[in-house]
Design a protein around this ligand. Sequence first.
Ligand code: NAP
Ligand code: G4F
Length: 371
Amino acid sequence: MKIALISGITVQDGSYLAELLLDKGYVVHGVKRRASSFNTQRIDHIYQDQHQTPVNFKLHYGDLTDSTNVIRIIQEVQPDEIYNLGAMSHVKVSFDSPEYVANVDGLGTLRILEAVRILGLINKTRIYQASTSELYGGLAENKNEKGMYDENSPFYPRSPYGAAKIYGFWITKNYREAYDMFACNGILFNHESPRRGETFVTRKITMATAAIALGHQDCLYLGNLDAQRDWGHAKDYVEAMWRILQQDVPEDYVIAMGETTYVRDFVRMSFAELGIEIEFKGEGVNEKGYVKACTNSLYQIEIGKQVIAVDPKYFRPTEVDLLIGDPTKSKTQLGWAPQYDLSGLVQEMVAMDVDRVKKDMMLKKAGFRAS
Ligand code: NAP
Ligand code: G4F
């Protein structure tokens, strides 16, 4: 039975990856930070009574900023595979906490690699590093002949997050070359799901779509509507992570859908799921979105109501304008075949958020505090 260790298990990617590996018969260990309130909602459904035998899923308190803790957990778990997903992953927030993000996302990666080396596990433990399309920085001149970013495109990070992750990328590659470690980077483009953190733009939009349609929110404030992202489903992307570590030779791979969409169009798609048509008027900070039509009688929304506005507080000091990835290598070499397209992703996210808002409304009505 293979043993996997996942850092960053509590949120989107970690929770889907844990499910996937448990399904494949792995014993899964996760690293969870101590928090003053519960933060395990996304993995509660797979948590086991630790008195059960066998225990296939176990959590360890830990933090990527603490090398003694990283060494101790790896020593105890003796993993066949480590998936380093732990990170302060919010690009905008990284401008506010640049030193912290360097420590967790940059040095945290080094701490894992070095722990495996110190513990003499180089020939046993394979390492997956969660690298990112933020490394490319969206520079137009660096795209390949197909107009996309691939494994050979130059990097130009545009945030403290990107700069920290570029260290993680190179130190992973260096340990692979220097010590013959099976250490790989997955250069993943944006991936989303109903489990996506609530402050990333897609989830912010689908949550607001549900709340606005059900009369619980008036307006959604966003930043740069002109940004373009290559969005896929996290469930498909964790499958690619696993495949990367099952190869004979360790290499780096781009995981992407190969299509890019404006934030503004994601808003349109999200409301369209509920039969609500949004029309944008104005430009820049004065751009606003209005309800043009509603064909779903379940939603009593006023035609002409303004539901989208721009708030410059969400702008970034330096923006990555456009990301689009070329998945040719992952499709041919890994045999990776995503099951979701963007419309399937939006459909699932909106449906889950509508259910959640309805549940919250019922709880509120019954006198309980909503989630
Ligand atoms: P996420 O929702 O932000 O989750 C990050 C995870 O890291 C959480 O479980 C968090 O724990 C944990 N973490 C944060 N600081 C930590 C620390 N100091 N020590 C240990 N764990 C820590 O991220 P995600 O979207 O699932 O992404 C997973 C990984 O892929 C991240 O490394 C991210 O940078 C990278 N990535 C994501 C995307 C994407 O589009 N989603 C694309 C490319 C790369 P808490 O619950 O305690 O906060
Ligand atoms: O959803 P976002 O915050 O994701 P971003 O910055 O692309 O980063 C995500 O994907 C990366 C992979 O490329 C990961 F490495 C990273 O960890 C993270 O998961 O923003 C997407 C775009 C940006 O251009 C942003 O400026 O949406 C724009 N945006 C417009 N309004 C907004 C908002 N972003 C957020 N978070 N909130 C807004 O209100």
